[in-house]
Design a protein around this ligand. Structure first.
Ligand SMILES: [Zn+2]
Ligand SMILES: [Zn+2]
Length: 70
């Protein structure tokens, strides 16, 4: 069995050099997310601190779609 590389929902690339993917909590798509702020990486979304269950991951699309006026 071979596991295909995940393809980023945002940039449509399956970058072999990018090892870090996350699943969007909102739409369930896979996208690039570099978990290290002190290392170079590709971010096609962001991690948002939730109330009780730690981090939620959202792709860039959902981030722009869910922006609410403060
Ligand atoms: Zn990407
Ligand atoms: Zn999403």
């Amino acid at each position: 069995m071979t596991t295909p590389n995940p393809i980023c929902y945002i940039c449509d690339l399956s970058d072999a050099a990018v090892e870090f993917f996350q699943q969007c909590y909102s739409c369930g798509q896979t996208f690039h997310l570099n978990p290290f702020s002190n290392k170079p990486g590709k971010d096609c979304g962001d991690a948002i601190l939730g109330e009780s269950q730690g981090l939620y991951y959202y792709c860039e699309l959902c981030l722009t779609q869910t922006q609410e006026p403060a």
